[in-house]
Design a protein around this ligand. Structure first.
Ligand code: NDP
Ligand code: HSE
Length: 434
């Protein structure tokens, strides 16, 4: 009988938006978890910062001493505290004392992943982290396991629910940036410090995790070029709408191959215009979606709820069952795979395309001065359009692909032209052929 077997003892660190849901489901469905794991799953303690905020957690479980809980009689530690410390010390202590770990902590994994994987390896225990990228969407296990026999060339997607919620609201209803950010916080999508979301740190951490798994290379958050959405104005959204495009915060991880065959990894997070007809343009609210392009599998798309307590708890509990089953059956999950160790390419060398909107003087020769500046920087123009007349004249230019540094220098030189009154909007363009 399963109920008579030794239980898998679980320590839950953190009982906030995600932890509350994890605990609720474990307590409400013990028979299901036991059947799927092969042994009862017993929560032996719940560590929080402010116990008085948790009247629903049984008193005998709650503690503020997370270290004692981790060092105690437990088999599996579920970390839902977030941030670097004390999460890092707690997880290292757990792994070094032979306890398996489930975590949703992308900030920690993106910075100290290799230290945690090494500790797990040395102790022969598991570390699972499906919830750390794209909430409920099963994405890391496909990358780590299902596609382990393939060669991934590109991973591109929307992996931050808060910023997608904000950009969708600005696009659909003309909400202001701050109204939409407040709503995202109330719905439990935003991080404790929402600058992690809006400045792109959260998406960059996720891009580092995705690039590491996809390219079998250690990529940290600092390797990822990062731009957030704070600079996206109502004017940018309107400019995109005028061209039948949407603005999305994209995480793009690519295998880049030089003419001589040398390979590198490029990882970047920035807002970009994509055509309304592109499947990512239809991903709204806190939903996430990720495209994976692999050599043999071709294109795969993963879509679902990328944030929020309940969706994230689904991913955490999936990991918990997998790790608990390994404990019961003496199995072992996948280890870190970083054998390729490709170099990380700088953003300046990465090929991108720009959309540039200029406020210009309406007189002969303006277009030729602007076009010459592109030519001088070896940047080829794909589309150019003048709108308005006189004081209202504006010029919209969309380039072909060029190294990002060449595009950036072109914009700087254009801003210095006397015929250009203002550079109104500069945004990268993705999702269409160059
Ligand atoms: P919350 O801020 O809602 O919860 C954090 C919990 O950790 C709280 O219960 C808090 O206690 C507890 N805590 C904080 N510091 C300590 C400490 N020193 N010792 C013990 N407990 C502590 O975070 P979330 O639930 O939103 O996120 C948890 C993790 O999941 C993070 O890594 C996050 O990035 C990740 N994640 C979150 C998603 C989401 O949509 N929210 C989605 C995907 C991943 P108290 O309640 O007493 O303050
Ligand atoms: N703050 C994150 C987001 C939570 O908005 O996507 C999910 O990782």
């Amino acid at each position: 009988m399963i109920e008579d077997r030794e239980p898998v003892r679980v320590a839950l660190l953190g009982c906030g938006t995600v932890g509350t849901e994890v605990l609720r489901l474990l307590r409400e469905r013990p028979a299901e978890f036991a059947a799927r794991t092969g042994a009862p799953v017993e929560v032996t303690g719940v560590a929080v910062r402010r116990p008085h905020k948790h009247p629903d957690v049984p008193e005998h479980l709650i503690t503020t001493d997370a270290h004692a809980l981790v060092e105690g009689d437990v088999d599996l530690v579920v970390e839902l505290v977030g941030g670097i410390e004390p999460a890092r010390s707690l997880l290292l202590a757990a792994l070094r004392s032979g306890k398996s770990v489930v975590t949703a902590n992308k900030a920690l994994l993106a910075e100290y992943g290799s230290e945690l994987f090494a500790a797990a390896d040395e102790s022969g225990v598991d570390i699972y982290f499906e919830a750390s990228v794209a909430g409920a969407i099963p994405l890391l296990r496909p990358l780590r396991e299902s596609l382990a026999g393939d060669r991934i060339n590109r991973v591109m997607g929307i992996v931050n629910g808060t910023t997608n919620y904000i950009l969708s609201a600005m696009d659909a209803s003309g909400s202001t940036y701050s109204e939409a950010l407040e709503e995202a916080g109330e719905l439990g999508y935003a991080e404790a410090d929402p600058t992690a979301d809006v400045d792109g740190f959260d998406a960059a951490a996720k891009a580092a995790i995705l690039a590491s798994l996809a390219f079998h290379t250690r990529v940290t958050a600092t390797d990822v070029h990062r731009e957030g959405i704070a600079g996206v104005s109502a004017g940018d959204i309107a400019a995109a709408q005028g061209l039948d495009r949407s603005v999305k915060l994209l995480s793009i991880c690519e295998r880049v191959v030089d003419d001589d065959g040398t390979e590198a990894v490029s990882a970047r997070v920035h807002p970009a215009m994509i055509p309304k007809s592109h499947p990512l343009a239809g991903v709204n609210g806190a939903f996430n979606a990720v495209f994976v392009e692999a050599e043999s599998a071709g294109q795969l798309m993963f879509y679902g709820q990328g944030a929020g307590g309940s969706p994230t708890a689904s991913a955490v509990l999936g990991d918990l069952v997998a790790v608990a089953r390994n404990l019961v059956e003496s199995g072992k999950g996948p280890r870190e795979s970083a054998h390729a160790q490709l170099p990380v390419q700088s953003m300046g060398s990465t090929p991108t395309r720009y959309h540039i909107s200029l406020d210009v003087e309406d007189k002969p020769g303006v277009l030729s001065q602007v076009a010459s500046t592109f030519n001088e920087h070896d940047v080829s123009i794909s589309v150019v359009r003048q709108e308005g007349r006189g004081e209202d004249a504006s010029l919209v230019v969309v380039t072909h692909v060029a190294p990002d540094s060449a595009l950036r220098s072109t914009v700087d030189a254009i801003a210095r032209l006397s015929v250009v009154r203002d550079v109104v909007s500069v945004m990268r363009v993705e999702g269409e052929s160059s």
